[in-house]
Design a protein around this ligand. Structure first.
Ligand SMILES: Nc1nc2c(ncn2[C@@H]2O[C@H](COP(=O)(O)OP(=O)(O)OP(=O)(O)O)[C@@H](O)[C@H]2O)c(=O)[nH]1
Ligand SMILES: [K+]
Ligand SMILES: [Mg+2]
Length: 364
């Protein structure tokens, strides 16, 4: 039996099994097996999908946003709206067959937006160009999940399941679990909170299933089986996602209102130009970028030309953004803004900058 059939068998069994206290354990083990086969499937196809026949587009700008969605939801229409790049849009499915890059600027940041072919159910298992599309999605700073407001509500969980199947976790944090494999000493298990979805026995069994007999496990959050598996497998991508419902010109106000209230969701109409500004602003917020300004000694800061850095950036990152070799001749920096105790404050390389800070670098 091939891996695909094995996966299908387990999926059928999971679907068939009623969820209750008595079956919880059995389901947990089934999920562990499923995760193992899926990992094998991804591993086995890596070299093939990474070549990605024409789907590799150079990263450019300060951040990358990748659109992913079923066919004809309006991905190409949106690319043509937000960027000068024209991507052919049409009423038939699979109009777009390659990766089409576009670029737009917001608050001084250059943001790359990628249009891709539509994916279909089963994409994660290699249907259509799903694997290649998903491989590109993995390179994104933010995934823009495009949905059709006129279509069934099922499209969102279906797409999420396709991404989940290849180890992508949307808008979730890394589970607060420390897990270290050792050479000897058996398995030591500790939990600092009450666990409602998983217990010591389950942890032992899962580790056993993966032939791990020596490890330290400390669980600090009320996680479930899936989250524990994520920790054990370790190759998960935790990605930020915006759910974008397009074509709201076709549905009732009540329906628009209901969709818009979902978390991380933006509703738009590309056709009628509705809410596109808010979408761009939401993308910017989700990207978590900051703009800092530089100034030379005795001069005013250049407020027209900021530097774009990621949230959590330090003076070292700022130096790199100014010039590749600046860090070598760095003595200290003067900073004005909300990151300092007084203005200006003299700081070193490891100082964390804030959005809208002004930085003056003093060289050796
Ligand atoms: N009513 C309405 N139609 C739209 C809207 N946006 C796009 N469309 C139409 O939806 C159809 C599909 O648009 P595309 O941009 O080609 O969709 P796509 O997601 O790129 O499709 P594929 O490349 O085939 O996967 C076209 O006929 C568009 O004119 C919208 O906001 N409202
Ligand atoms: K289309
Ligand atoms: Mg398209």
């Amino acid at each position: 039996m091939g891996i695909l059939e094995k996966i299908q068998d387990i999926e059928t069994e999971i679907k068939r099994t009623q969820k209750n206290k008595a079956t919880e354990y059995h389901l947990g083990l089934l999920k562990a097996k499923l995760a193992k086969y899926r990992a094998q499937l991804i591993e086995g196809s890596k070299t093939k999908s990474e070549k990605g026949e024409g789907f590799d587009v150079m990263k450019s700008g300060d951040a990358r946003v990748v659109m992913i969605g079923f066919p004809s939801v309006g991905k190409s229409t949106l690319l043509s709206k937000l960027t000068p790049q024209e991507s052919i849009a049409a009423a038939y499915e699979f109009t777009t067959l390659t990766c089409v890059p576009g670029k737009f600027t917001y608050k001084g940041a250059n943001i790359q937006l990628l249009d891709l072919p539509g994916i279909i159910e089963g994409a994660s298992q290699g249907k259509g160009r799903g694997r290649q599309v998903i491989a590109v999605a993995r390179t994104a700073d933010v995934v823009l999940m495009m949905l059709d407001a006129t279509k069934s509500a099922q499209q969102r969980p279906l797409l999420e399941a396709e991404l989940e199947a290849v180890g992508i976790r949307l808008n979730q944090g890394l589970p607060n679990v420390s897990f270290k494999i050792k050479k000897a000493g058996g398995i030591s298990f500790n939990a600092t909170v009450k666990l409602n979805y998983i217990d010591q026995k389950m942890v032992y069994n899962i580790l056993h299933d993966y032939k791990i007999f020596n490890a330290d496990v400390v669980i600090r959050e009320d996680i479930n089986v899936d989250q524990f598996l994520d920790v054990v497998l370790g190759n998960r991508r935790y990605m930020k996602c915006i759910y974008c419902y397009n074509k709201i010109d076709q549905i009732s106000m009540e329906e628009v209102d209901r969709l818009a209230r979902q978390p991380d969701t933006v509703v738009v109409s590309c056709e009628d130009d509705l809410n596109l500004d808010y979408l761009v602003e939401s993308i910017w917020k989700k990207l978590n970028l900051m703009r800092v300004y530089t100034k030379k000694r005795g001069e005013f800061p250049d407020f027209d030309d900021g530097l774009i850095v990621r949230n959590g950036a330090t003076i070292e990152h700022v130096c790199h953004a100014i010039h590749r070799t600046l860090a070598d001749t760095f003595r200290y920096a003067l900073v004005w803004g909300t990151s300092t105790k007084h203005n200006p404050q003299r700081v070193g390389m490891s100082h964390l900058v804030h959005d809208e800070d002004v930085v003056q670098v003093v060289k050796k």
